[in-house]
Ligand binder design. Structure first.
Ligand SMILES: Cc1ncc(COP(=O)(O)O)c(C=O)c1O
Length: 419
């Protein structure tokens, strides 16, 4: 028998093995200063493209004021206990009612964190006889939620309706033998590549198959749809989404999340979401802060308009300069380049040190080997000047990638790694 930790001493994992070269810079970087389009990284000014503060609410003076006042009034403890036992308040209920109305659902329920909340939602919705069918590219929290499921599950190829239909046929056969039902899960916007889930085509399959539909709209909420109610509103199918989920961690620039749907379903979830029933209630500062943010989201369409002005300028600028931005249909802006992980490191260093551009970098194993994904998240706080500077910087780094500069620079990293 081996010591449990033996494998950890030997193998740090596909990302962990780069830690000595990456930590503090490429991963776990420390961005400093007020949250905005311009922040500081290692003492230098950078244009930040890596923060999901889509509407620019994080540091809005009115939001900061309400957050501060709520902290002064309630402290960070109130209310103590789980919602069910002692952590329930009028304001929690008010926020739920306002959220439900905003996303055109009968009822909503707050979640302390999106991640655990959606895991528990999946856990509560399905039992051992039920079958889950989900997009293979969904967020880790959905995959972890599915892991809790004791019954059968099938993935369908990313946004591939034919593959979904094939798997719905398999799931239907399976559910007919077990006597269970089917849960289909998609994202409203896939956060890595920016594509919208094909919600319209998925709900059309309800004509042929019997299933319920859960949508994680973390990136769609606040950014898509006429009123900002998300991908369901954008595609005109909000009514056909049975359980709608969004987090406060992106457009609302806070912590917390919610699910929404028919009252009877939400009432059931309220009594069966283990990560909420056995965890402390969302603290008051976050509840009051979310009410304020939701109010601004509803009453200040100019924030979403500015977000899209920046998004369109960035995406059309990249495309017209010949960059591959994939098939994004949202504000999430991926830029795909070809190169190794050490080349990606040299490139990102150049972007940050010499061009003052801070964006996230995604490499294998999150995306296929040999690809580099630079992910840009526009916000309402960016300016068209930020976009222009960024486009120029991207042209410069592409040239250096193609003429082998980063390959030469990365040789030392490779040598140190013994690769
Ligand atoms: C698609 C998606 N779902 C769920 C979550 C988890 O939400 P939270 O940050 O509120 O835990 C995230 C990340 O924020 C996400 O991107």
């Amino acid at each position: 028998m081996r010591d449990l930790f033996d494998k950890i001493y030997k193998d740090k994992g596909p990302l962990g093995k780069w830690a000595a070269h990456a930590e503090g810079y490429f991963v776990f970087p420390k961005l400093e200063g007020e949250i905005s389009n311009r922040m500081k990284f290692q003492g230098k000014d950078v244009i930040t493209w890596s923060i999901n503060d889509y509407l620019g609410l994080a540091n809005h003076p009115e939001v900061r004021k309400v957050d501060a006042e709520a902290a002064a009034q309630y402290g960070s403890a109130y209310p103590m206990g789980a919602r069910m036992m002692s952590g329930h308040t009028e304001l929690h209920e008010q926020l739920q009612n306002e959220l439900a109305e905003f996303v055109s659902k009968e009822s909503a329920y707050l979640l302390n964190f999106g991640y655990q909340g959606i895991m528990s939602t999946i856990d509560a919705l399905v039992g051992k006889d039920d079958v889950i069918v989900y997009d293979v590219d969904t967020h880790a929290c959905i995959i972890d939620g599915v892991r809790l499921h004791p019954g059968k599950r099938f993935t369908y190829m990313h946004n591939d309706i034919e593959s979904l239909e094939k798997n719905l046929q398999r799931a239907t056969k399976m559910a007919e033998t077990t006597g269970g039902g089917i849960l289909v899960i998609s994202e409203g916007v896939f956060g890595m590549r920016g594509e919208q889930g094909r919600l319209k085509e998925i709900v059309a399959l309800k004509q042929k198959y019997n299933f319920r539909f859960l949508v994680d709209d973390a990136h769609g909420f606040g950014t898509l749809g006429k009123t900002g109610a998300g991908a369901g509103e954008e595609q005109g199918v909000q009514d056909d989404i049975d359980v709608y989920f969004a987090t406060f961690a992106k457009s609302l620039a806070s912590t917390g999340a919610f699910i929404a749907g028919d009252k009877e379903i939400v009432d059931y979830l309220k009594y069966n979401l283990r990560s909420q029933m056995f965890a402390k209630s969302l603290q008051m500062q976050l509840v009051v802060g979310a009410l304020k943010r939701l109010d601004m989201l509803r009453s200040m369409p100019e924030l979403k308009n500015k977000l899209w002005e920046n998004t369109n300028a960035l995406q059309s600028g990249l495309k017209s300069r010949g960059f591959d931005i994939g098939t994004t249909q949202s504000c999430v802006t991926p830029v795909y380049l070809n190169g190794s992980i050490p080349e990606a490191m040299a490139l990102v260093k150049d972007l940050r040190e010499n061009h003052g551009i801070f964006c996230s970098i995604v490499v294998y194993p999150v995306i296929p080997k040999g690809l580099i994904l630079l992910r840009l998240i526009p916000t309402a706080t960016h300016t068209l000047e930020d976009v222009e500077l960024t486009l120029n910087a991207f042209e410069a780094i592409r040239e250096r990638l193609e003429n082998g500069t980063y390959k030469r620079m990365s040789a030392s990293i490779m040598a140190a790694m013994g690769e």
